[in-house]
Design a protein around this ligand. Structure first.
Ligand code: HAM
Length: 415
């Protein structure tokens, strides 16, 4: 039997209500905070991601699904949404606006990671991007939206981690300090971090391998090397969170795995998720527009891993649907009449269904139960002859004879 590709998941009908609920909360809250939806393509030119996410990051080095187009150009399934949004904003000149551009998106992303609980090769993100200002209050707004999104969904015991990784200039001094600190410890680091020492030393700070965590325990803190401007910005973000009573912890290891970040970085984790505990993360990316040949434009955003959110939603969410009317037609006249009635009901906006597998009343009523119908409309040859139908309440099993003519209006008016 053919199976789905490793790391990819089907979302089955019984799970879809939960997904729709999460997506509705995301759309409603993003809109309440003034964000408009944008829909960007699933794949882009590879160069977009290598230039924005960074050539020495795990994503670009080993996790992208990259393939040649028929004309030989290199394409990549999007591993995240920020790069595509920035590309779209530049391409469609959406920066020509007096106000901050606030955009959100929902959709699948692709990374060739080692699959495990909460980590997949196709996963879904809800992301927002606020483009065009570096006022620290927009950092607060974006972080509070993320926090409130999770609270609205009823998630508990969340921890907001926050840090500032400064500007590239701030980091220059710090990276040298960090390398000096790490140089006598190189042999104690994992193989990956030994390589990162020369390619991307900051990432050593958030390596999850215990020996690396131990070796970097006493490492200098990046926030001690922030310029005055970056320090004041960071303090203002913390003050804003404090004013709105959003609890946070400063996490000096929070450097993020994408190279476009500058200044504010943040993640929200849950203790109920095991190793893949980050449910949402983001930060400021003030240099990304310029890196993609746009004008200098400060921006900040986040993305939420929706599969991880579903793992945390304990109760089954079922969306309230209008009542279902099952049309049970049988007999040589009843069946074709019932078929016509089914479409009449549907076209009048009534939720109606039938089942072609059963031909006897008994089997049809069994199907009605299976489908969760609230009512059955029974229409056999006798009913056709008398111009009636039998309306059966599937829960109480009470039946009533009703005129076929005008049945649609009766149902619409709550009979
Ligand atoms: P990210 O930290 O790479 O950031 O991903 C954001 C979230 O997506 C993670 O916290 C996690 O919940 C989820 N996620 C990532 N990889 C996987 C995976 N393989 N399986 C399941 N869930 C996953 C970004 O993507 C940035 N674009 C966020 C951002 C927006 N920064 C600024 N604006």
């Amino acid at each position: 039997m053919l199976r789905s590709v490793k790391g990819l998941k089907d979302i089955l009908p019984q799970q879809v209500s939960q997904w729709q609920h999460i997506e509705t909360v995301a759309r409603t809250m993003a809109s309440q905070y003034g964000f408009s939806e944008i829909r960007i393509p699933i794949f882009e030119f590879t160069e977009l991601f290598s230039r924005s996410i960074g050539g020495t990051t795990d994503i670009v080095e080993k996790e992208m699904y990259t393939f040649p187009d028929r004309d030989g150009s290199s394409l990549t399934l999007r591993p995240e949404g920020t790069a595509g949004v920035v590309r779209a904003v530049l391409e469609h000149k959406l920066l020509d606006s007096p106000t901050t551009r606030k955009l959100f998106y929902l959709g699948p992303m692709f990374r060739h990671e080692r699959p495990q609980a909460g980590r997949y090769r196709q996963f879904h993100q809800f992301g927002v991007e606020a483009i065009g200002t570096d006022d620290p209050l927009i950092d607060v707004e974006v972080i509070v939206l993320l926090w409130q999104f999770f609270l609205t969904l009823g998630l508990k015991d969340l921890i907001l981690h926050i840090n500032s990784i400064g500007t590239p200039e701030d980091r220059e001094t710090y990276i040298q300090k960090l390398k000096d600190f790490l140089s006598p410890l190189i042999s104690t680091l994992c193989g990956n971090c030994q390589r990162r020492y020369s390619t991307n030393p900051l990432r050593i700070l958030d390596c999850k391998v215990p020996i690396c965590q131990k070796s970097t325990k006493e490492a200098p803190h990046l926030i001690d090397d922030l310029s005055d401007t970056s320090r004041i910005h960071f303090q203002s973000v913390l003050d804003g969170l404090g004013a709105l009573e959003v609890p946070y912890i400063i996490n000096h290891r929070l450097v993020r795995g994408l190279d476009y970040y500058s200044r504010t970085t943040f993640e929200i984790t849950s203790p109920h998720l095991g190793a893949q505990s980050t449910i949402g993360a983001g930060g400021r990316y003030d240099g990304l527009f310029q890196a993609l040949q746009g004008p200098s434009t400060p921006a900040i955003g986040f993305a939420v891993g929706l599969e991880r959110v579903t793992l945390l939603l304990s109760e089954k969410i079922t969306c309230k649907q209008p009542p279902l009317f099952f049309v049970a037609g049988f007999g040589s006249n009843g069946k074709p009449q019932a078929f016509k009635l089914l479409y009449k009901l549907r076209h009048a906006g009534i939720r109606a269904d039938t089942d072609y597998k059963g031909n006897t009343l008994k089997s049809l009523l069994r199907s009605a139960d299976k489908l969760g119908a609230e009512y059955s409309i029974i229409l056999g040859d006798d009913e056709v002859n008398s111009g009636n139908i039998i309306l059966r309440n599937m829960q109480t099993k009470v039946q009533e004879i009703v005129k076929l003519e005008g049945i649609t209006q009766r149902i619409q008016t709550g009979f």
